[in-house]
Design a protein around this ligand. Structure first.
Ligand code: ATP
Length: 359
C-alpha cells in the first residue's frame, strides 16, 4: 500500500517559491531520502506533508486517505499517525528518558503507556537509562531517546529532518546504521531529509534529489548515481570534473582526457562532459590500458584512503582546464611527477551544454 502520496504540491513564502509542483509517492516499509542543497525545499516538503505548514496548492494522502487538499479543511498533524524526528529533536529537560519516550502516548490507557515507552527504549538500546534526565546523556543517546519517542506510538509514517546533524562523524555512521534497522523493522514508511548525498544513499531505498523547489530525479541510490539525468544530479552526488566541448562529426566530444562518445547528440551540438574525479585513472606508464594522456602531477593532497590530485596536460600550454583525480592513497604520486591519465567510461556523463535556466 502507498503510505504517502504528494500530488502537485507547490508552496510559497511571500515571493520565495519553496516548492514547485512536487509529486512523489512512498510505499509502506520504504525509506525515501530527500537530498539537495540548502534552501531547495526539503524541510518545507516534510512540514507540509506533516501538516505543520498549511498546504497551499496540491494534495496529500496518507495511507490511502486524503489528509490535505487545497481549499479544504486539513487533518491536523496529531491526527495523521506520523512520527517526527527533527534536527533539534529537543527532549523535554524536566522529564526523564522514560517520560520523554511516553510523551506521545497520551491516547493510551495510563497502564499501557509506560510499558509501551519501555519497549520503545529497549528497541533503541536505552532501557537502562530510563530514569536518567536528558542533560546527563550524550548527543547520540539523546538522539536514540528522540527516536524512541517518535516510534513509541507505532506511527504508519516517519518524518526525519536532518536527524544526525550535530553528531560527530563516527557516531553518526553507527546511528545511521541503527536507525536504518529500526525504521526497516518498524515496517512503516519513512521520509528522511538530509543535505548529505552519501547519507541519503546509505539510508534510502530511493533517493529524491531536489533543487530549487523541484524534484529533479527520484530512484534507487544506484540509479541516481549511475544514471544521473541532469548535470546537477551528477555533480551533487559526487566530486566531478566538468568540461565543455562540441560534438564532432564522428559523434564524440573532445575533453582534456581524450574523446568520449556522445550518443544521441547531433554533430556540432554543444555538450557538457562530467567525469567523476575517481573516474580519472592515473598511471606512471603510458602502456597502462586506457591511460594515455601525458600529464604532470601539479598538486597532491593525501586524505588517507584516497588522495586528491591536480593534473595538467604536458602537451598543452597554459589555459588548459585543470583535471582533478581521486586516486587510491597507496598510489604514491609526487608533485611534479610525469604520469599518464585516462577515464573510466562508467564515470563519464554527457549532457547538452547547460543554458542558464536548465538544471
Ligand atoms: P536546509 O537544508 O537549509 O534546511 P531546505 O532544503 O530544507 O534547506 P527549506 O527550509 O524547505 O529548505 O526552505 C526552502 C525555501 O523557503 C528557502 O528559500 C527558505 O529560505 C524559505 N523558507 C523556509 N521556511 C520559511 C519561512 N517560515 N518563512 C519564509 N521563508 C521560508
Amino acid at each position: 500500500m502507498t503510505a504517502l502520496v504528494i500530488d502537485e504540491v507547490s508552496h510559497r513564502f511571500g515571493a520565495t517559491v519553496a516548492l514547485n509542483a512536487v509529486s512523489l509517492a512512498v510505499a509502506k516499509g520504504e525509506i525515501l531520502c530527500l537530498v539537495g542543497p540548502s534552501g531547495c525545499g526539503k524541510s518545507t516538503l516534510l512540514r507540509v506533508a506533516a501538516g505543520l505548514e498549511p498546504l497551499q496548492v496540491g494534495r496529500i494522502a496518507l495511507e490511502g486517505r486524503v489528509v490535505a487538499e487545497a481549499g479544504k479543511a486539513e487533518l491536523p498533524p496529531e491526527a495523521r499517525n506520523v512520527g517526527f524526528l527533527f534536527q533539534d529533536f529537543a527532549l523535554f529537560p524536566h522529564l526523564s528518558v522514560l517520560e520523554n519516550a511516553a510523551f506521545g502516548l497520551h491516547r493510551l490507557a495510563p497502564a499501557e503507556r509506560l510499558p509501551r515507552a519501555r519497549a520503545a527504549l529497549s528497541r533503541v538500546g536505552m532501557e537502562e537509562m530510563a530514569q536518567a534526565y536528558p542533560h546527563t546523556l550524550s548527543g547520540g543517546q539523546q538522539q536514540r531517546v528522540a527516536l524512541a519517542r517518535a516510534m513509541a506510538p507505532g506511527p504508519g509514517l516517519f518524518f526525519l529532518d536532518e536527524p544526525f546533524s550535530g553528531i560527530d562523524a563516527r557516531l553518526r555512521r553507527r546511528l545511521l546504521e541503527d536507525t536504518w534497522r529500526l525504521l526497516k523493522d518498524s515496517g512503516s514508511a519513512s521520509v528522511v531529509v538530509t543535505h548529505d548525498p552519501e547519507e541519503a544513499m546509505l539510508l534510502g531505498d530511493r533517493v529524491a534529489v531536489m533543487r530549487a523547489g523541484r524534484v529533479l530525479q527520484i530512484g534507487t541510490p544506484d540509479a541516481v548515481y549511475r544514471r544521473p539525468e541532469s548535470p546537477f544530479v551528477a555533480e551533487f552526488l559526487g566530486e566531478v570534473n566538468k568540461f565543455r566541448g562540441t560534438v564532432g562529426a564522428d559523434g564524440t566530444v573532445e575533453t582534456p582526457l581524450g574523446t568520449v562518445p556522445a550518443p544521441g547528440f547531433a554533430a556540432g551540438a554543444p555538450a557538457a562532459v562530467i567525469i567523476r574525479q575517481h573516474g580519472v585513472t592515473v598511471s606512471m606508464a603510458e602502456t597502462a590500458p586506457g591511460s594515455s594522456v601525458p600529464v604532470v602531477v601539479s598538486w597532491v593532497r593525501p586524505m588517507g584512503a584516497a588522495s586528491l590530485i591536480l593534473l595538467r596536460r604536458r602537451d598543452v600550454g597554459a589555459g588548459d582546464p585543470p583535471i582533478y583525480a581521486r586516486v587510491p592513497g597507496r598510489l604514491r604520486l609526487a608533485e611534479g611527477a610525469q604520469a599518464y591519465a585516462g577515464i573510466d567510461r562508467d564515470e563519464v556523463f554527457v549532457f547538452p551544454a547547460e543554458t542558464p535556466k536548465s538544471a
